[in-house]
Every structure is written in C-alpha cells, then in structure tokens.
Design a protein. Structure first.
Length: 364
C-alpha cells in the first residue's frame, strides 16, 4: 500500500516529534519547520535532510508556502505550566499560540494539532483554555476534539499533555478521541462507561489496545543505560540485573517528601526527581518503576547501586526517539549533553503522535 503523502507545517518544531510520529504512522512527510532554538534546528535538519526551514513563527507567511495539509504546534508552555509562574495567555511566550492561529487561517490545512501542558486546563481560572477554544472555533469550518493523554500509556514516563485536533468536518462523523489506555495496563478500563462527545471531548479516558505499542520490556546496557522495547515490564526504571550479585536486594532509600509521613520509600529501579532537594513542600518526587515528566534540565535519577542521572539516550527513548537522535548537528558535530536534555524535555512524545496520526488516515 502506497504511503499517504502530506505537506506539513511544523511550528515550534523542536526536534521533530510530530514529523517522526506521522512517519512512523505510515505517512510520507514533506516538512516545513519553524523553530527558534538553534540546537533544535540543527537536530531537526540532521534527522530530516530534505526538510525546509522557514524561520521563526512570526516570520512565516502562509501565502509563501505550498498548500499545507497539516499544521502542528506545541506552543511555548511556561506560562501555563503547573511548575511555572502561571501567567497564562497574558504571558509573552504562551501568547505565541496566536501566531499559529494566524497561520491556520492563512493556510487552511485539512488538520491542525495543538499540544500543551495539563496546566492549560486550569490557567487563569479556566478562562485561558476557554479563550483558546473560542479562538480555534472562530477560524471557522473545523471540528474540534481534545483529550488529556499520558505518555505512560505507551512508554515508562508519566507525562500528561493536552492534544487538541481540528479537522475540516465536511459532515463527517469521524471521531479522533478518545484514545484509550491499553486494557493490559488497566483491567478496570473495560468497565469504564465514561464517554466524550464527538466534537468537544473532555479530559482522559482508558481502554483500547494500540497494536501492542505499549512498552513493557528493556535490556540492560552498561554503556547507554536501559534499552526500551515492546512486550514486558518497563525496565527503563525497573529492570534488574540477572546475575548472582543482583542489587535488587539493596536496602530501600528514604526520600524526603511533603507527605503525611514526611518521606517516600524508593527501591531499586524507581526514579527520583532531585530538583530543589531541600524543599519541604515538594511532592511527586518518586516514580515507582516509571520516570516523572522529563523537563529541560532532566533532573531525574534512577535508583541502582546509587542514584544516577538518566542518560541523554534514555531520555530520547522515554520520548519515543531512536538512540542518539539528539547527538549530532547537521554538520556532524556533537551536541552537548545539556542541550540534549533540554531538547528532549521540550519534545512531544513520538508514540502519542503516532497513535493520533493513525486515527487521521482517512481525513488527511
């Protein structure tokens, strides 16, 4: 079967998570990408040799592009983030979403996809999300659906993000969401009766098996940490050495946390977010066999003989990218580890995009 060819305007493109997700879903992608971070630009160019850089989002003009089928954008989220200062749409960075809306009006793609942090739902007492929805609705002609999706349904990282899809309806009853968590991951999902409306869907749902895409097993590698692959329990953070000196018998670690006990217990294979180590109010430091959300600093460690920081390759895997995706620029020069962590933390999860892309095959 011939792959479907699409022209893709990739705004705030980062390292190409949207592009790769659609390729993995079986599309042939001709990409026009916009990004401001020089390291992300170089990583994108290195991995997609025939892509076309079109400048920063404020420079892009729809009339200067070929007909665009798909626009994707994960506009800067710091002003919406629960970990940020919550300026909402009043923040300079988050208001860049208006530039993306301008380009949707100018290009009239068949589909657009917006990704952002969970905090957008609650920003400014929920008024910001309502304003964003109204702005999308005012474009005219698009059916809107959204859902809160979690990377942990696919990979061992707890990363909740809103994905909103707009597509030209043409009277179609096609429904993109809800995507559901694998029934293997949650047996109770079969009894989950919550549903969403066709056009205005809500938070998150559980259920459908994504063709065995759920990541469960990994191999231990001394050089690059842990390799993720399909079919088994996530070892990025829970694999144990199969040897006579198995360190799974190591004593648990006591991690200071803002809980009733004042601490949490970490065992071999668990993850620990070690940012702001002296904080007395920090919650959610510990991930039981799963990574907490990767951020731009990747201050996340895994408990083995000691707490060690995740490697850049492990961060790539936790976001669904091939090994060493962020290692080189377009000239073959090495990218620093700090920039590799940053670009991985800013990326969209490839596996999540792929699942959405498969639902769009009859629309694009």
């Amino acid at each position: 079967m011939e792959k479907k060819k699409i022209k893709h305007l990739d705004l705030f493109s980062g390292i190409g998570g949207f592009h790769l997700g659609f390729e993995n879903a079986g599309y042939t992608v001709e990409s026009y990408y916009s990004e401001i971070d020089k390291h992300a630009i170089e990583i994108y160019k290195n991995n997609f040799k025939n892509s076309n850089y079109v400048g920063t989002v404020t420079d892009v003009r729809g009339g200067e592009l070929p007909h665009i089928d798909l626009i994707t954008f994960g506009s800067p989220c710091q002003d919406f983030s629960l970990a940020g200062n919550r300026k909402g749409m009043g923040g300079k960075r988050s208001s860049l979403i208006l530039e993306a809306i301008r380009l949707i009006k100018e290009c009239r793609p068949s589909v657009f996809i917006w990704e952002n942090v969970k905090g957008t739902f609650s920003s400014n007492n929920r008024r910001d999300f309502a304003a964003i929805l109204q702005a999308f609705a005012n474009i005219g002609g698009y059916r809107l659906e959204w859902q809160l999706l979690n990377t942990k349904w696919f990979l061992p990282q707890n990363r909740e993000r809103i994905y909103l899809v707009g597509y030209i309806g043409n009277g179609s009853r096609q429904q993109i969401f809800p995507l559901r968590e694998s029934v293997e991951r949650d047996k109770d999902a079969l009894n989950d009766k919550r549903e969403t409306s066709a056009c205005i869907t809500t938070s998150y749902h559980k259920g459908v098996n994504f063709d065995n895409q759920l990541i469960k097993v990994a191999d231990y590698r001394n050089d690059e940490g842990l390799r993720i692959r399909a079919n088994g329990d996530s070892p990025t953070l829970s694999a144990r050495r199969r040897s006579a000196t198995d360190i799974s018998t190591m004593p648990p670690l006591i991690i200071k946390a803002n809980t009733k006990k004042g601490y949490e217990i970490a065992n071999h294979g668990d993850s620990i977010n070690y940012s702001v180590p002296t904080s007395k109010t920090r919650r959610g430091r510990l991930g039981k066999g799963i990574a907490q959300t990767l951020d731009t600093g990747c201050q996340i460690g895994v408990v083995q003989e000691k707490i060690r920081r995740l490697t850049p390759v492990e961060c790539e895997r936790l976001q669904g990218f091939p090994d060493n995706w962020t290692k080189y620029d377009s000239q073959g020069n090495l990218i620093s580890d700090s920039q590799r962590y940053k670009t991985c933390g800013n990326a969209v999860t490839v596996n999540v995009v792929e699942a959405i892309a498969k639902k769009l095959i009859n629309i694009l």
